[in-house]
Design a protein around this ligand. Sequence first.
Ligand SMILES: [Cu+2]
Length: 393
Amino acid sequence: MCPIPSFLLSDVLADEEAAPPNTRRAFLAQATALGATLGGVALVGCNTPSPQGTSSNGAASNGAAANGADSGHQPAGGGAPGATVANPDSKLDTMQAHGSHATTAGTAGAAAAPPYRRYDPTLPPLASGRTLQLHWEAREVPLHIRPDTVIHAWTFEGDVPGPIVHCRVGDTVEFTLTNRGTLPHSMDFHAAQIDPKTAFRSVMPGESVTYTFRPRYAGAFLYHCGTSPVLMHLGSGMYGAIIVSPAEPLPAAKEFVLVQNEFYLNPAENGVQSSDYNKMLNRNPDIVAFNGRPGQYQTEPIRVKRGDRVRFYVVSAGPSHPCNFHIVGEQFDSVYLGAPPGSAIHGVQTFGVAPGGGMIFELVADVAGEFPFVNHGFGHGQKGAIGFLVVEV
Ligand SMILES: [Cu+2]
């Protein structure tokens, strides 16, 4: 038996507190109806997961988009609309305040997690065509973030961060999200300019949402689940980077994507640590990481050759803290604060990337050696946001 997602109940409780006494009877009737709906939802969510063979990864994706991917700029909803969608409006989700949020620890133990592996920070090449078709799945899975640490992650495509997307200004991105989890989920691309009420709305388990957008600005952008409470969904792993290259290419470089995030974790049950919402509210993380694994690029550094131009796309997923990006022993020749190439400042030691933001850091690696790249807010660097850039002769 699967529990009713508690944050959906908190929607009800919030309504109850707001309801004046003379409408309490109406509220109770509404809550009963919602409870009946949720019962059905819980059964859907507890079914054996559906086959996941239709998903595809990253910019080279050719996955078939469901629910009308060829619908141009008109977002097309998937599944049954209306009554069964408890929080259909992601704009409202973002603005909702919740006092508490229980965790969903999941039923799979640590043994069900795939082996630990380094997250490849390499920027994928651009696709040859000008249209990207991405058909992704939201999944709740056990995931190694260190060789000895498994978390119950809420994910896009089973990983934290989700896949790196790479496209150009003016490309067409046809995106479909199918929810294979047990909770509502959604997708908010910061590279899009689109009506969030429809495109970024939440979809229930087993359902899909499809929308299309064309990025207008180049840069390093965050994407994330926007379902209420956003803090919990983003903080549990539902985020990633979409890199939009300018129409006129930047100088050739070795290009890497670093997405910083914080983990706020409960003690392990069955070998798996779940996310702690109250810790998230208090903003004192247990772990801070680049690309979802603390210290991974210390043990397996990023390597370039002397003389290479190196470009880091740094995105801060948060959910609450910035990334004060710095490379020990180096300076950035250019930092692009907004859309490159018109927004560069030069000769920079450290620059803060706000949560929900992204910037581009560039240097020519003309000195050989081992250079730590860090969040120079060292309370966070010490919690895992440190790696090595190795410049080989
Ligand atoms: Cu979500």
